[in-house]
Design a protein around this ligand. Structure first.
Ligand code: GLY
Length: 370
């Protein structure tokens, strides 16, 4: 049960290996990239407690020594102070241009470590070892790295591709249901943006995968990575098509900002609620039939995912406050917000032509139902 997906980017191409128990075999995958048998690992407290020993043993079995920096877990780790701390630590560990940094964790660690790799000594190589479903299907693939600014999420960063991604699906067994489902929101995104057949497969098989079916989990990670790899190969720097991967994110980022990037709302939860709002907006704009948002909400409900504003605890800004937060999105250009809309399941497109009065109406109704 091993799958390989290749991200084709000429001399920066790399493989994504997807299988159970890959941490224990990490040494054999990492060794070919090394000039000396030593790596640096950047991880967080939660991942270190659960999996660091397995990874280190896997590396040691190929004679690879590892030095590790363990950072606090959580979105607030993706910050200026932690990028400084990481880079200074790598320098103090004498990590050189030809060495490898391993990003071992979820999206926060992957983005932070990737950015540290991008700027250390003008760029050292790094390997992604993602430990959440979200990171395995999305953030570890495609080279987006960076940190948050007090002005907003992911506003500081670089496109910088890893050398390899090791997606060990056994690690997903240690995720809470909440974290698994937050990552699953990004999985549904691939079906909803461009592959109606995959969304249909998820409607049939998503629950079994969530319950632990390993073959179905491998299929989920493989299919998601293949779709992402194809999009990234065509549009690495998000001049066009790659923006489709932000389906649900314009709404979602505003909700994350409104909840202070806190435990009140995980990124993937913002994505599932944002996706439901995006499909509702598309329907109100006459772009798709009522069936599309209904199917989205029904699948999210069946999976036990968050898809309503009422699923977010605590106060939220009003509709205009949320629209103002959308204005901080990276996709804003000349003050106009880009939205990912859809003509149906699997038929998403990018547009700057969304009437904000319709968005306001959708948000006002959704807020009123809380
Ligand atoms: N997560 C969206 C992207 O990588 O483009």
């Amino acid at each position: 049960m091993q799958e390989t997906v290749t991200v084709n980017l000429a001399d920066r191409s790399y493989n994504i290996e997807i299988a159970p128990n890959l941490l224990a075999q990490a040494g054999q995958y990492v060794a070919p990239f090394l000039r000396r048998k030593r790596v640096a690992i950047l991880t967080d407290e939660n991942v270190a407690a659960l999996h660091l020993e397995t990874l280190k043993n896997g590396l040691a079995s190929a004679g690879i020594d590892a030095t590790t920096l363990v950072l606090p877990a959580g979105e607030s780790t993706k910050s200026w102070p932690n990028i400084q701390r990481s880079v200074e630590w790598l320098l103090s560990e004498k990590i050189e241009r030809d060495d490898i940094l391993i990003a071992f964790g979820g999206g926060v660690i992957g983005d932070l470590a990737g950015f540290a790799a991008a700027i250390l000594r003008r760029g050292i190589r790094f390997i992604q070892v993602p430990t959440t479903l979200l990171a395995q299907v999305d953030s570890s693939v495609g080279g987006k790295t960076g940190i948050n600014s007090p002005h907003g999420k992911n506003l500081v960063g670089a496109f910088y591709q890893p050398q390899l991604v090791l997606a060990d699906v056994s690690v997903l067994e240690s995720l809470t249901k909440r974290d698994y489902l937050a990552g699953y929101a990004e999985v549904t995104k691939y079906g909803l943006l461009g592959d109606a057949e995959f969304f249909g497969w998820l409607e049939e098989n998503g629950a079994a995968a969530a319950a632990g079916d390993v073959a179905k989990r491998i299929n989920i990670v493989r299919h998601s990575c293949q779709m992402k790899a194809d999009i990234v190969a065509r549009d690495e720097h998000e001049r066009g098509e790659r923006a489709l991967l932000n389906l649900g994110h314009t709404f979602g980022h505003a909700l994350e900002a409104a909840t202070g990037y806190s435990d009140r709302l995980l990124h993937g939860e913002g994505v599932s609620i944002g996706t439901a709002l995006a499909f509702e907006t598309a329907m109100r704009l006459g772009l798709c039939s009522q069936e599309a948002p209904s199917r989205v909400r029904e699948h999210f409900a069946n999976m036990g995912m968050k898809y309503l504003l009422g699923h977010i605890p605590g106060d939220l800004p009003d509709a205009d406050g949320l629209i103002t937060l959308m204005g901080q999105d990276k996709k804003v250009s000349d003050g106009i917000i880009a939205f990912i809309m859809a003509r149906g399941i699997g038929e998403a497109f990018v547009t700057r032509d969304v009437d904000l009065a319709v968005v306001r109406g959708v948000l006002q109704e959704a807020l009123a139902r809380r």
